[in-house]
Design a protein around this ligand. Structure first.
Ligand code: ASP
Length: 329
């Protein structure tokens, strides 16, 4: 056999093998893991668990499981996903941290632009919430209380680079408030401490706060979006921070799905198709709406537009974070 013929035969066999792999993805009996870089029970975890359920059918009944790799404001879990085998069986669900951590950390265990982008999942407003029994009864009273308690207020967040950190940072800066920041591995443990009164204030996604506000376990004061929220009903009388005096305040969180770089193109296509089917699943949409999240329906469901959007968010938040003088090593 000539060397050229051998090479052609080898290339042909490799192509057949690649094709077979793509056709059988996900292989029977193999589960897909969604890495969530925050603790269980928080907003990112909730979105990922609903998505896991919605992905099952379009992925031919494959089981989709969650791996909570929490800590360091999402950077530990995101790094784990970055280093995972690029075969489509380990994916990442994360939020705006993908765009804020490059400005917040001097060193990161991943490069944001080196992921495979699979599509944006949803957008979620945030709410300023407080421990139960906090004296202020509305946003105006809250700002007076903050001004009178300089240096005495504990503000919880899910770690440097988390959405709650970003929102808290902007909020403190706007009010020129001096608060002690208390970082957690996710907002689930932070909200537990807020309910218990160990911390005073927090800014968190409606996906996490809604049931607690409805049950009156925490108090809500204002929303972070430019428009008031008409749903869930429990927020409809809350002012936006913009109308309440912090002009231009707009922090809206989003979640996306990613794969490690090098995942075969055919596998990426299967995953993107499954994601798009999940985003149109009425059950998934209903669950997300009930939590105050808006499921993405525009071109950002596609990898290229998702990547472009994240790049625009990096450009938007980088200078804001740098101006606030926040860094971690
Ligand atoms: N809501 C958290 C944050 O502030 C993250 C989480 O626990 O999902 O970023």
């Amino acid at each position: 056999m000539s060397a050229l013929f051998k090479l052609a035969a080898f290339a042909g066999a490799a192509l057949v093998a690649l094709g077979a792999q793509a056709q059988t993805f996900p292989a029977e009996g193999k589960s897909i893991t969604l890495i969530v870089p925050f603790s269980a029970g928080g907003p990112t975890d909730k979105v990922a668990r609903d998505l896991a359920e919605a992905l099952r059918k379009p992925l031919g009944g494959a089981s989709v499981v969650i791996d909570n790799a929490a800590g360091a404001g999402s950077t530990i879990g995101t790094g784990k996903a970055f280093r995972a085998t690029p075969d489509g069986y380990t994916l990442l669900v994360t939020h705006i941290g993908m765009a804020t951590t490059p400005a917040l950390y001097r060193k990161l265990p991943y490069q944001v632009e080196e992921f495979e982008y699979l599509g944006l999942i949803n957008e979620v407003p945030m709410v300023v919430v407080a421990k139960p029994g906090l004296a202020p009864n509305n946003y105006k009273e809250l700002t007076d209380w903050i001004a009178q308690n300089k240096g005495k207020i504990n503000l919880a967040n899910a770690g440097l680079g988390s959405a709650s950190h970003l929102c808290g940072l902007m909020f403190q800066k706007a009010l020129q408030a001096e608060m002690t920041t208390v970082p957690y591995k996710g907002t689930a443990p932070a909200i537990t401490d807020l309910i218990g009164g160990q911390v005073d204030l927090m800014c968190d996604q409606t996906t996490n706060t809604t049931s607690q506000v409805e049950a009156k376990k925490i108090k809500a004061y204002a929303v972070t979006t430019p428009q008031r929220l008409s749903t869930p009903a429990v927020y409809k009388d809350l002012p936006t921070l913009d109308e309440a005096g912090i002009k231009g305040f707009n922090v809206s969180i989003w979640h996306g799905l990613y794969a490690p770089k090098g995942t075969p193109a055919a596998v990426l296509k299967t995953l993107n198709d499954a994601l798009k089917a999940a985003l149109k699943d009425p059950e998934f949409i209903k669950k997300q709406q009930g939590l105050g999240a808006v499921v993405v329906t525009d071109e950002r469901m596609e990898p290229a537009a998702h990547k472009k959007f994240v790049a625009s968010e990096i450009a938007k938040w980088g200078p804001v974070i740098k101006a606030a003088g926040q860094y971690a090593d």
